[in-house]
Design a protein around this ligand. Structure first.
Ligand code: NAD
Length: 362
């Protein structure tokens, strides 16, 4: 069977890591017809748009995409191409497994966490009111009238919407993921003690959904600040975490730190019918074109993609090949060496070559 998949190389280190991932995915033997589309700075140069409609149309048509990181230009007024793609396609679930690999320098061993981040609302909805604008002044006046609470006149305001609908579907997603993947526990992370009508709603809905899985999956709750400390002290106490958008973003990077860095942290953005697979890391512009960064996060995002298109065997082989190359510690990039200045570190393309070589023997 031929799978048609959209490939967005991204920008910055995007080209290097996407090419590495593409080569490794193809080496599993799965038959893929890639449709290359531009988004990010190259798209801006060629089409005048950071996110051309053609990129979104290609994902809608093919239903699955592999995407490299994209730089968020500062000062253009555009928040983020990455967030825009997730919102335009309603990719409501951000799935980010954080798993230890033998051979990676890290303070912890045997971490196996899965972050399920709500992707469509919260402070990332992008509804903001700039300081000094007439609409901001109107909003401040209205809030003062309705709540008798004072907001300073020189404030900027970001809106944090959290709905029952979006909370229910993300918590259900987390529990269904836990069931399907034989996980034991889902922890709902929140700040409901302070934000009673947003995080409070998220937590209330999570409790309701959890009841339907009682006896099958354990349900726990944790306040986000405490969760940060618990994850650093006792990460093995946790399994699947479900969080609103902002906390999910922050905790994802914390968990990437637990397993040894962004170079090995994969991710997926999943909606009802479409999915876009991408690493947790960004475009690391200072490394662009240097053949230096670790392609693993992008390759493992490719493994998640293979599972999503029901190519389980290929996904297992790809993960196994990555695992073996990292455990051997020879053909790995600088970030996986004990000393980042180790002259034995290989480049992005060479690490991909080693993984492809391993795949031939699995
Ligand atoms: P970043 O993730 O790009 O890089 C931070 C640092 O992490 C790098 O300097 C590097 O030391 C390390 N790193 C990242 N990827 C690595 C890899 N594959 N191998 C080895 N080390 C790696 O974060 P940033 O510098 O904050 O962001 C750069 C740009 O990327 C910004 O414009 C940001 O908005 C964007 N961004 C995009 C995405 C996305 O496309 N989904 C995600 C996060 C950030």
């Amino acid at each position: 069977m031929v799978h048609k998949i959209t490939l967005i190389p991204g920008d910055g280190i995007g080209y290097e890591v996407s090419l590495a991932a593409r080569r490794c995915i193809e080496a599993t033997g799965v038959n893929i017809e890639w449709e290359n589309v531009l988004a990010g700075s190259d798209a801006l140069d060629k089409t005048g748009e950071l996110l051309p409609q053609s990129a979104l149309d290609s994902i809608k048509k093919n239903k699955v995409a592999l995407k490299g990181p994209i730089t968020t230009p500062i000062g253009t007024g555009f928040r983020s191409v990455n967030v825009a793609i997730r919102q335009a396609l309603d990719l409501y679930a951000c799935l980010r497994p954080a798993k230890s690999y033998l051979g990676v320098n890290s303070r912890f061993k045997d971490i196996d966490l899965v972050i399920v981040r709500e992707n469509s609302e919260d402070l990332y909805a992008g509804i903001e009111f700039e300081e000094g604008k007439p609409e901001t002044k109107n909003l401040i006046a209205q809030i003062q009238k309705d709540t008798k609470r004072l907001i300073r006149r020189d404030s900027g305001i970001s809106i944090k919407p959290i709905s029952k609908f979006a909370s229910e579907r993300i918590v259900k997603f987390a529990f269904e993921y836990a069931l399907k993947n034989k996980r034991k526990k889902v922890t709902c992370v929140h700040k409901a003690n302070i934000m009673k009508f947003t995080d409070g709603l998220f937590l209330k809905v999570a409790r309701e959904v959890a009841q339907k899985y009682a006896g099958k999956i354990i349900f726990e709750e944790a306040i986000v600040d405490n969760m940060c400390m618990q994850l650093v002290q006792k990460p093995h106490n946790y399994d699947v975490l479900v969080l609103p958008n902002l906390y999910g973003d922050i905790i994802s990077d914390l968990c990437a730190g637990l397993i040894g860095g962004l170079g090995i942290a994969p991710g997926a953005n999943i909606g009802a019918e479409l999915a876009v697979f991408e690493a947790v890391h960004g475009s690391a512009p200072k490394y662009k074109g240097k053949n230096r960064v670790n392609p693993t996060a992008m390759i493992l995002s490719g493994a998640l993609m293979l599972r999503y298109i029901n190519e389980e065997k290929a996904a297992d082989s790809l993960e196994e090949a990555v695992k073996q190359v990292i455990a051997e510690g020879k053909s790995v990039t600088y970030d996986l060496k004990a000393d980042p200045l180790d002259p034995g570190a290989v480049g992005t393309a060479q690490m991909a070559d080693a993984i492809i070589d391993k795949l031939k023997r699995i």
